[in-house]
Design a binder for this molecule. Sequence first.
Ligand SMILES: Cc1ncc(COP(=O)(O)O)c(C=O)c1O
Length: 345
Amino acid sequence: MERDGSTPAMFFRQHLERFETLLGLTPIRTVTIDVLGRPRRIHLKLEGQNLTGSVKGRTAYGLVRGLAEDGLLRPGVELLESTSGNLGVALASMARYLGVGFSAVVDPMITAECRQRLAELGATVITVDRPDPAGGYLLSRLATVRELVATDDRYVWANQYENPRNPEIHRTMTGPEILGQLPEPPDALFAAISTGGTFAGLAQYFREHSPRTRLVAVDINGSVAVGGPPGTRHLSGIGASRRSSFLEPDMIDQVAYASIAEAAYYCRLVLQESGIHLGGSSGAVLAACVRYLAAHPDTVEPLCVCADGGEKYQSTIYNDEWLESIGEPADLPGVHRTRTAATVR
Ligand SMILES: Cc1ncc(COP(=O)(O)O)c(C=O)c1O
């Protein structure tokens, strides 16, 4: 194939370089939340403002650039990925931009908003509705991906769960960006885990460039991404029904689990008090951060990586009936009861 007189490899490389210039440089906003009666500042890295609407714009770029470098990105291929939503939207945008196909293997937890966006971007959506033994759908989704790859060689699997290009892009792009944006390195960093790619890449970067930054991995009840008992999960984006291939014990200072009720509480508080519209995993990360601050009075520059914005969660996290339908309690544990305000500067 010749496009504009260039070879396919040159075509993809030039388009990927252009894509990179549109990614990243997401803002950091600082909110003040009362924790046990004391106002505490928390930096929020707002990845919802990234190209494609989430931190997964970076991951998709890292994965696809790797496929191009390995010579696997050719005209006529069909990119394939198991996704809970955000990576699918990011890959669908890239596939469209590069003129190749994209098939997303999803499950019923995907938000209606994500599903619609995938369709708008021209992706083929394959829904797997058989739960796996670990309380989610990931293992069933991966089985479907493997079947597809085995039966049709047009499929090229990005494999966010095992491809080292996933953490690599966060080590080389997201980490330096965060450190360059703050006058002082954060003394604690909180990020949600699913594949663990974002956290692992950030951990590698911060261990080397800011070893004093404490690294807190935030998971959701029922996830086994870093161990723990499996359970039913209702929120997309955070948690996994398999262990992360990327997370090593020396990358993590603490694992914090959050409930959906806590996540919803902080999403709503921040929206109401500051106008910042956070996605569900960001609410979980903020809940973990507040608990950490209650236990660590000396932490003064915490940073939460907020993976996406709230637009996709109107029918879940921001919806009272949904919370009731999954049996989430309205009551929150003690540390969350004292807060009065979240102001933003
Ligand atoms: C909203 C949201 N938060 C957090 C994550 C976790 O990212 P990672 O897979 O890099 O661990 C994801 C991943 O899909 C996500 O969509």
